[in-house]
Design a binder for this molecule. Structure first.
Ligand code: UD1
Ligand code: CA
Length: 464
C-alpha cells in the first residue's frame, strides 16, 4: 500500500460477524449481492488491490455461509471467528492475536462496498505521513441518523454513537465511516480497556479512539466522499448503492469506447470486461466474469453470465449466455439460450428459439431455429434443420451426439444419443435417428408415406 507502506507491515481486518438486522433477511448482510457480487466481495476486491501484507475477515452470524463464500472466492483471505457478537470493539479484541503481528492494522466495517481503492491508498499514505496512532475516515452525511458523530478537538478526534449522543451532538453532520487505521502498538495499549456501559450495551471500537486521546496519542479523521462511504443497512440502500456503482461502471466503460444507447438501462457487473466499440443495447445485462470482444453487439434484453465473447459477435435481442464461449463473428438470437459449457466457434450461429447445453458448434455451422442440442459436438459447415433435437437423456444418464463436418440434418430430426453422424452425411426430415449414419450417407428413420385416394373428399361429403 503506497511506497512507504511497503516497508511496514499492514494487516487488514474486515468485521463481518454481525447479522445486519435491518436488511430483514435470512441472508447475512455481507453476502447480499451488489451487481451480482456479495457486499463483502466488493470490499475485499478493493482491499486486495491495495496489496496489504495479509487480510482477514471476522465471521460469526451464519458463519458457515460466509466461510463458504470466502473459501471459494477469496482463498488467500484468512477467516477469524467471533463467537458472540458483542460489538465492534469486541470484534477487534477477539482478533488481537492476529493483528498484533503487523505494524498497522486497517479495520473495516464489512458493509462498505463503494469504497474506492484510490481512497484507501491515499488514506494509508496520510496516516503514515501524519505519524498518527489512529486515523479514520469520516464524511459529511446528508442524513447522519444512526452513525457515530465525530467530535473534533485540536490534534484529536473522538466519536459518540448516535444512540448515546446528546441533542447538540446529534446536530453534527460529520460521521464515522467505519474505516480505521491503527498503529497496532497503540491499539494494544487501549483495546483491553473498552467498556460496554452505553446505550446499546456493546463494546464500541470507536471508544478505542477516545482512549488513545487519553494516552496523549495522536488521532485524526480524514474526510472523504459520502458517495463512497455510504454503509448498506437496508434493501433500499442496497438498491441505491447498486445504481450508483452501475452508473460509475458504465461511464468508465464508455470512456474506454463502449457504446451504450441508454446508460440507465444496462446492468454490468464489476468484473465484466469490454473491448472498444462494443455496443450495449437497452436491457443488456453482463454479469460475472464475462468478457466481450471488440466490435461485438449485445442486443436488447440479453443476459450474459460468465460469457466469453470474441470480436464482432452479434447477439440479437433476448439471448441468454451462461458459462459459455462465442468465438469471433459468431451470432445468436433472437431468443437463444446458450447454457453451460457451450462453444460457438468462428462464425457459428444459434438462432431463434434454440437451446444449447454443453454443445460445441463448429466453424460456420448453423442451428437457425427451434432446436435443442445437448452434449453434442458439431463439426464445421453443419446445418441443423428447424425443430431438430438431440435426445440426450434417458431419465438417468446423459449421452453424447457427434455430428461430423458438413452434415445436413433435415428438419425435425430426433437424434437418439449416443449416436454419430459421419462427415458429409444427411438425415431425412422427420427422422428418428437411433443408429450411426456413416460418412456421406443419408439416414432415413421414418415410416414411408402412403396416399389414400379421394379420402379427404369423401370425408368432406360425409360431414356436409
Ligand atoms: C458503526 C460505528 C459507527 C459508524 C458506523 C458506520 C460502532 C460501535 N459504531 O455503527 O460509529 O458511524 O458503523 O456505518 O462501531 N460487527 C462484527 N461484530 C460485532 C458487531 C459488528 O463483526 O460484534 C460488524 C458488522 O458485521 C458490520 C460492522 O461490524 O460489518 C459494523 O457493525 P454495525 O453494528 O453495523 O455498526 P453500526 O451500528 O453501523
Ligand atoms: Ca452499519
Amino acid at each position: 500500500m503506497g511506497e512507504r507502506a511497503k516497508d511496514s507491515t499492514l494487516g487488514v481486518l474486515v468485521m463481518a460477524a454481525g447479522k445486519g438486522t435491518r436488511m430483514k433477511s435470512e441472508l447475512p448482510k455481507v453476502l447480499h449481492p451488489l451487481l451480482g457480487k456479495p457486499l463483502l466481495g466488493c470490499l475485499l476486491k478493493t482491499v486486495l488491490r491495495c496489496g496489504p501484507s495479509a487480510a482477514a475477515v471476522l465471521v460469526g452470524y451464519k458463519e458457515e455461509q460466509v466461510r463458504g463464500y470466502l473459501q471459494s472466492s477469496f482463498p488467500s483471505v484468512e477467516i477469524l471467528r467471533q463467537g458472540e457478537q458483542l460489538g465492534t470493539g469486541h470484534a477487534v479484541q477477539v482478533s488481537r492475536g492476529w493483528w498484533e503481528r503487523f505494524g498497522h492494522v486497517l479495520v473495516l466495517n464489512g458493509d462498505l462496498p463503494l469504497l474506492a481503492h484510490q481512497t484507501l491508498l491515499s488514506f494509508v499514505d496520510s496516516h503514515l505521513e501524519a505519524d498518527a496512532s489512529c486515523s479514520l475516515l469520516s464524511f459529511a452525511a446528508s442524513n447522519p441518523d444512526g452513525y457515530g458523530r465525530i467530535i473534533r478537538s485540536p490534534d484529536a478526534v473522538s466519536i459518540v454513537e448516535h444512540k448515546d449522543a446528546a441533542p447538540e451532538q446529534r446536530r453534527i453532520r460529520e460521521v464515522n465511516a467505519g474505516c480505521y487505521l491503527f498503529e497496532t502498538k497503540a491499539l494494544s495499549r487501549v483495546i483491553g480497556r473498552l467498556k460496554n456501559d452505553n446505550a446499546q450495551g456493546e463494546y464500541y471500537l470507536p471508544d478505542a479512539v477516545g482512549l488513545m486521546n487519553g494516552e496523549g496519542l495522536k488521532t485524526q479523521a480524514l474526510i472523504a466522499e459520502e458517495r463512497e462511504l455510504l454503509g448498506v443497512n437496508t434493501q433500499a440502500e442496497l438498491a441505491a448503492a447498486a445504481v450508483s456503482v452501475r452508473d460509475a461502471l458504465v461511464l468508465a466503460w464508455m470512456e474506454r469506447g463502449v457504446r451504450v444507447t441508454d446508460p440507465s438501462a444496462v446492468w454490468i457487473g464489476p468484473d465484466a470486461e469490454f473491448g472498444p466499440d462494443v455496443s450495449l443495447m437497452p436491457g443488456a445485462q453482463v454479469w460475472g466474469n464475462s468478457s466481450v470482444g471488440e466490435g461485438s453487439v449485445i442486443g436488447p434484453y440479453c443476459v450474459l453470465q460468465n460469457a466469453r465473447l470474441g470480436r464482432r459477435v452479434r447477439l440479437a435481442a433476448h439471448v441468454i449466455v451462461e458459462d459459455s464461449e462465442l468465438c469471433d463473428d459468431a451470432r445468436a438470437g433472437p431468443f437463444a439460450y446458450i447454457r453451460e459449457g457451450s462453444l460457438l466457434r468462428e462464425g457459428a450461429f444459434a438462432g431463434k428459439f434454440v437451446e444449447l447445453k454443453k454443445t460445441s458448434v463448429g466453424k460456420g455451422s448453423k442451428v437457425p431455429h427451434l432446436s435443442y442440442l445437448g452434449d453434442a459436438a458439431l463439426g464445421e459447415g453443419v446445418n441443423i434443420g428447424a425443430g431438430s433435437v438431440t435426445c440426450n437423456y434417458d431419465g438417468r444418464n446423459k449421452f453424447p451426439t457427434k455430428i461430423g463436418d458438413r452434415c445436413f440434418v433435415g428438419s425435425d430430426t430426433m437424434m437418439v444419443a449416443p449416436v454419430t453422424l459421419g462427415d458429409d452425411s444427411m438425415t431425412a426430415a422427420g427422422s428418428t435417428i437411433t443408429a450411426d449414419v456413416p460418412a456421406g450417407a443419408l439416414g432415413v428413420g421414418r415410416t414411408r408415406q402412403r396416399n389414400i385416394e379421394n379420402w379427404a373428399l369423401r370425408k368432406k361429403a360425409l360431414t356436409q
